[in-house]
Design a protein around this ligand. Sequence first.
Ligand code: ADP
Ligand code: MG
Length: 582
Amino acid sequence: MTRLWNEPADFADEMIDGFVAANERYVRRVPGGVVRSTVSPAGQVAVVVGGGSGHYPAFGGLVGPGLAHGAAMGNLFASPSTQQVYSVAKAAEGGGGVFFSYGNYAGDVLNFNAAQERLRAEGIACETVTVTDDIVSATPDEKHKRRGIAGDLTVFRIAGAAAAAGADLAEVTRLARLANERTRSFGVAFTGCTLPGAEKPLFTVPEGRMAIGLGIHGEPGIDETGIPTADGLAELLVARLLGEVPDGVQVAGARVVPILNGLGSLKYEEMFVVYRRIAQLLTDAGLELVDPHVGEYCTSFDMAGTSLTLFWLDDELAALWDAPVDTPAYRRGSVAPQQRLVVADTAATVAEAIEPGDEASQSVARTVLAAVRTIVATVDEHVDELGRIDAIAGDGDHGIGMQRGSHAALAAATAAVDAGAGARTTLAHAADAWADKAGGTSGALWGVILNAVAAKLGDTGRPDPAAIAAGVAAGSRGVTDYGKAEVGDKTLVDALVPFSTTLTGAVDAGASLTDAWRTAADAATRAAALTADLLPRMGRARTHGQNSVGTPDPGAISLALIVTAVGETLAAETSLKENAHG
Ligand code: ADP
Ligand code: MG
């Protein structure tokens, strides 16, 4: 239960403002998150972490000397957008390249990768290690699919310590990868969490029961038992983690950092009682316990629950673990006093000026604006239904995510048209605003789709139907490149691919744009409905696949609804009609 907020939609932003106001000694605000407010040595690798908000002290609370240089901070439980990640990384970068690390979630991977590509295209070296510590979320032979939970801390800390010691980007990456290989976690929960303004928790655990293997975004557990005693819980956590020791580790005599993490509303006192037994069990197993942590390191809003992480040290990692850290929420050892950074100007945040389009393209831009307005109306009308479908196997935020994204796109497109922008610029601004404000997987993908279409519209003249079909095809390829889903994986790709191929086919066969679009939208609608029969293999829904059979994929449904409605707008507008050429 959360009790205090103003406008729920502003919660994350206002939280970050307050966090920065309270921690100016450590952090300063930049678009998309925070970076250190202190001077880092020139040429030092910048460690950039991040993810959705609602996990404090992850991720902003971990920015400071010895740990991260910057944190991209998304909306509550929503990945930061590509633009947010990019902007934080640009601000944090100090000539040594950027090392990204974050928990392995589809939306985060998408947006961090896209930001990384942008930075690389600008000549900034980047590397990434995603954290995959949660042993419940995939089997050992699919370790790379596991999600990241409280193990974030060990990987971030090793990367931060290596960067502070002057390691180059390749070396920071090697060490962080090693840390991730040697970090394993397992968690349980007693209640779900309730986001500000929400009427219900994201999931519930029946009274007196305990969910096993929960996620940190309200993804329900994979199993349920009665609540054990504190000692019983300690025994469960330790047994599961000793059942999966990293390769090459000899348990007897091994050094291990135990981290008992509270997820939000479990009491420290309860955790100490549990930890007492954990320490006994680990010692009995022959382990040497190093620097135990009991506290909150990665929370899930107000969820009552806990996870145990074991970080298996070797000599190299043990030396780095000793390095001092000083951040708003996490301190170890003593860090020499830091020099405050004087920020000359924040001009970089001023919006780029809009180049006006020619008259024909301005008229197409007005059609683009009408189409975006249609998208907003469509999403608003179906917002509850999309949320309901997403809650069955996902996290229930698809409706509100699409709403945030499309409304931001409309504001951006309106501003662009008012400034005389052509079609490309108008749609590209809408695309970036969508991806920036929506968060989550689908927001990033809609940014990719709309940017691809925008590129073919141009800022001069009128695009012909073939150019628009080519833009949609490029968007469809972009989505599969970024998200790696194929047809049949139960994602929006299942609606987008038939939409695109039907559109291209009909345009090639000589149909008008309006007719081709309508045929293609019908194909998307049929394909979206058929996703009900599929098992999800990508995205958040993957872990709870069985629940979703019989329900269609929310992203495919919203895409079909949108292209259908946009078809009606195109039919009513004249700027793109063939006879309007020239
Ligand atoms: P999140 O999954 O981050 O909560 P949303 O709820 O807004 O984001 O969107 C969920 C939708 O995103 C899914 O229904 C699916 O259509 C789409 N999606 C998820 N992962 C992928 C992927 N890898 N490729 C394409 N689409 C995906
Ligand atoms: Mg979702």
